[in-house]
Design a binder for this molecule. Structure first.
Ligand SMILES: [Zn+2]
Length: 364
């Protein structure tokens, strides 16, 4: 009897803060219709940090351990029998969510899951991609051109913003003459910055709002795209919006629930406010409910929540990463502010870094 080869990975015991550890798993081999992907790079995001801090995450059935990681760039290394749609050597990223049993899920729109009974790699019910290799059906793999190798790891977070913009545009078909010119992006984490680049690439005037006054690395990155950076420590959101033409579009990506309601007032008539922050906690606040309601009714305003993304949004994201490189060569890569090499120092992954935007683990 031969023992199967093993590989390293990074895992937690969900619900236990500080349980991040290096783990060992069997190297998977591709079954019929599956591709074997060798991991090159894994991104670390806010959701990973919440799981690391024990606030979130569900292990796969039959184990108390969850392998982390849902932002991955890899290379197809082998194909199982009958696997097609990708070729050995292709650079690929993968979608994250797999269907539960609800109608949208069964219809192929897992990002619109109605009963929240889905599975998500590295988050809910399935091991993630902080490993050396994984297997996946090619239908869930999206090819990344070789020239985007350095920034392909941003495809997953950008796909989340692509979905939000797509939702806004679909909603606004209600006003055929609508042509957005002014946008506010709340938050300057990876989602806020990628949202800024996406809206700038579409020619909108963008003000990106975070707490801390610039100049600093983040404000400089944002300004390099032609957006303006504004800080709520210097100026309230209401004051920022008052100095702008009517705001057609707002992306809320701060992770702070408070600002979502300030954003309702900052939004211009006929505008769309897209909420992207998964806020924890049970915070409450007093609100000017009559005024908010009135402004939404009189102004035909829309507020929409948007989460996750589907294959089409990943494909849009790959295309837009190429567009970003044409518009601002090298700029998107500045989102990667820290690189960790390999899986030998799990504590490094958990560490919070001042001024950091995105941490990436270089694998293999
Ligand atoms: Zn569902």
């Amino acid at each position: 009897m031969t023992s199967s080869p093993t590989m390293a990975g990074i895992a937690v015991y969900p619900g236990q803060a500080g349980s991040i550890h290096r783990t060992t798993l069997p190297v998977p081999s591709p079954g019929p219709g599956e591709a074997l992907v060798r991991v090159r790079r894994v991104g670390v995001c806010g959701t990973d940090q919440e799981i690391i801090h024990g606030q979130f995450g569900t292990p796969p059935p039959g184990t108390n351990e969850l392998v982390l990681g849902h932002e991955v760039l890899g290379e197809v290394e082998a194909l199982g029998p009958g696997a097609d749609g990708v070729a050995v050597g292709d650079l690929v990223v993968t979608t994250v969510r797999r269907p539960g049993g609800c109608v949208p899920c069964v219809s192929g729109q897992t990002d619109m899951c109605a009963d929240l009974a889905y599975t998500e790699y590295g988050i809910i019910g399935a091991h993630g991609f902080m490993v050396e290799r994984f297997v996946m059906e090619p239908a869930h793999l999206i090819r990344v051109p070789a020239e985007l190798e350095r920034i392909g790891i941003l495809t997953e977070p950008l796909s989340v913003v692509e979905k939000a913009l797509q939702q806004a545009m679909l909603i606004q078909r209600r006003i055929p003459s609508w042509s957005p010119k002014t946008a506010i992006v709340l938050g300057a984490g990876p989602i806020g910055i990628l949202g800024t680049l996406l809206l700038r690439s579409r020619g909108l005037n963008v003000v990106t709002v975070a707490r801390r006054p610039g100049p600093h690395a983040i404000s400089r990155l944002i300004e390099a795209s032609g957006a303006r950076y504004a800080a709520t420590r210097a100026q309230s959101l209401a004051e920022i919006a008052a100095g702008l033409p009517p705001v057609d579009l707002i992306f809320e990506a701060t992770g702070v629930a408070d600002l979502a309601f300030d954003a309702m007032e900052a939004l211009g008539n006929n505008g769309v406010l897209a909420l992207l922050s998964l806020t924890g906690g049970d915070e409450t606040k007093e609100l000017p409910i009559a005024r908010l309601n009135r402004s939404f009714v009189l102004g035909n305003k829309v507020m929409v929540g948007s989460v996750n993304s589907s294959r089409e949004h990943f494909e849009m994201a790959v295309e837009d990463l190429g567009r970003f490189e044409t518009l601002w060569p090298g700029l998107a890569e500045r989102l990667v502010t820290r690189r960790i090499h390999g899986f030998d120092d799990p504590a490094q992954i958990a560490a919070e870094v001042e001024d950091g935007i995105k941490t990436v683990i270089e694998v293999g």
